[in-house]
Structures are given as C-alpha cells and as structure tokens.
Design a protein. Structure first.
Length: 305
C-alpha cells in the first residue's frame, strides 16, 4: 500500500482504537523492545519495532533523516511489513509516513483519556513541528479542551502552529513555558530535546493534578522533562523495560515504580488515584501499535491478510 492510500484511509478514531487494542495486547508479555540504530551518518537514525500477536506478526522501520530538508522531503518516514504467520513470508508492505503521526498521537490521546482529570480544559504543547499539531488535535478529542498554549524555541513557529490550530477550531495561542505550565491541566512534549539541552520547563511549574505526556524521548540520551519531576510524579509508560532504556524514564530514579498503561486499561493496576496526582506518561513507541494500526488500515481498505 502506497503512502497516498494509507494517508487517505487513516483517521483519529481508527488510530485510537488500534492503540487501545495494542496496549491491551502489550501486557501479555509478548511485546519485544525496539532497536534504535543509525545510518553511516550518525545524524540519520532509524528505529526497528518488531511485534507479534497470537495471529499476526510484523515490523516497522521508522527513519529520521534531518538532511531531507534540502531535497524537499519529510525528515520522518515509516514502512510497515506484515508477515504471513503460516510461512514466514512478507504478506503486505505499507508506507505509513502520514499514518505514523496519527499513531503516535493516538498513544498520547489514550494516555490522556486514561490518566488525565476528566475536567481538563487547558492543554500546553511543547514543540512546533508536524507531530505537535497531531498531538494537540488528538488530545482535544478526548478531553474538553477549551484552550491550547503552544511553546517553542521559535516564536514565529509557535505562532504559526497556534494559527493552524485556530483554523481547526481550537482556541490556541503561543505562550512562554512558565505561563503555559501554570495554566495547563495537560502538558504534552513533542520535541527532539536531549540531555545536552536544558529541560523544557521547571519541576515547580507543574501544578498538582496535571497530566504530562512525554512523546519525544525514544532513544538513549534524549530528555525533555526535568528529572526531579520523575521522582515526584506517578509514572506510566507503554513498555516499562523499553522506557527505562530508550524513553524519558531512562532519567527516572531506579527505584521509582513504573506502571504499564496496558495494566491500567485491564484494571490490573491503578491509574490516577487523586485529583491532585501529577501523572507522567512516557511513550517510547511499541511495535504492537504499528501492527494493530496496519491491520486496521488493511481492513478499512478491504484487504484481507
């Protein structure tokens, strides 16, 4: 399936339900870790995300080539391979560059739906890229968001993203980090920040009762949040052992308890226990989500695997 086919088939509802199915599957113990590596130029990074359920198997290769700007091409691309479980041959190849943005945002939306206060109305988004747009839209579908505050290193890009969100019917405006955190019920970070950068905000700026979704940390050395926040908050993630290695939780205290979101969805673990809890969800990305998304796309397009 070519990029234009999967891009035409994807929407937020499909992505969210595929994410829910994947996170429920992930607590069976069959979810393998992702592999992060790079091309001959270390700036060019790609991630291999394998997955297998009781009925299907597959692998996604997600690439990040920052030099693609000079060619007029997207920096990110994703290709999903689905296997015929009977014979081990490739049964389908899907280009899912556009769909991947929905997929990532769906994990965030599911976490917000599960962990954020039901009365959350103000969303702060850190990041001004394409993914930040998808995060804001997806979160606004699962909580009664009345205002979106956009924080970015570039005032111009923050204003541009806020304008795009206003065009989608959201009340959005650029903001300074401290002001956004002071007002926010939900904070979403979608940046490429690393340990060489200053954390996106200060721990004390986060109010009691806030939910934070960290979407940018998916490789060793990446970091968006101030480490003291991870000692103060209730921590949740997609896959605990992977989050400790690749995600924001690589910077969490070793003895800090971490709960898989799938365990909350199944009722095996509590989520938010108080309106005053600060909850953090760390999304490093699991292959099961790609697998379920690919199968859902094929079903929508009328293709049997």
């Amino acid at each position: 399936m070519r990029e234009e086919q999967t891009a035409a088939a994807i929407d937020d509802d499909l992505a969210l339900e595929a994410a829910r199915a994947a996170f429920l599957d992930s607590v069976t113990g069959a979810a393998p870790d992702s592999l992060v590596t790079h091309g001959s130029d270390p700036r060019n990074r790609y991630t291999v995300k394998p997955a297998a359920s009781t009925t299907h198997a597959g692998v996604k290769i997600g690439t990040y080539w920052p030099g693609n700007d000079q060619y007029g091409l997207p920096r990110h691309h994703s290709t999903l391979l689905l296997l015929d479980q009977r014979i081990g041959r490739i049964a389908a190849v899907l280009e899912v560059g556009a769909a991947n943005a929905y997929r990532t945002a769906a994990a965030d939306a599911l976490a917000v739906q599960t962990l954020a206060r039901a009365d959350s109305q103000v969303l702060a988004v850190f990041g001004t890229g394409h993914q930040a747009l998808h995060e804001a839209r997806a979160v606004s579908r699962v909580r009664p968001i009345r205002q979106v505050l956009v924080v970015g290193r570039s005032e111009q890009r923050a204003a541009a993203l806020a304008g795009t969100l206003r065009g989608m019917g959201l009340d959005a405006a650029p903001a300074e980090a401290c002001d956004a955190c002071a007002a926010a019920d939900v904070v979403v970070t979608a940046t490429t920040a690393t340990v060489d950068d200053t954390p996106l905000f200060e721990t004390e700026w986060i109010r009691p009762g806030t939910h934070v979704s960290c979407m940018g940390a998916d490789a060793p050395g990446k970091r968006e949040l101030p480490p003291p926040l991870l000692a103060r908050a209730a921590l949740f993630c997609d896959l605990p052992q992977q989050a400790r290695r690749l995600g924001e939780l690589q910077h969490a205290p070793a003895d800090a308890p971490v709960t898989a979101l799938g365990d909350v969805l199944t009722g095996h673990a509590p989520g938010r226990t108080s309106p005053h809890d600060i909850t953090v969800f760390d999304s490093s990305g699991i292959g099961l989500q790609d697998l379920h998304l690919g199968l859902a796309l094929l079903e929508r397009m009328g293709v049997a695997l």
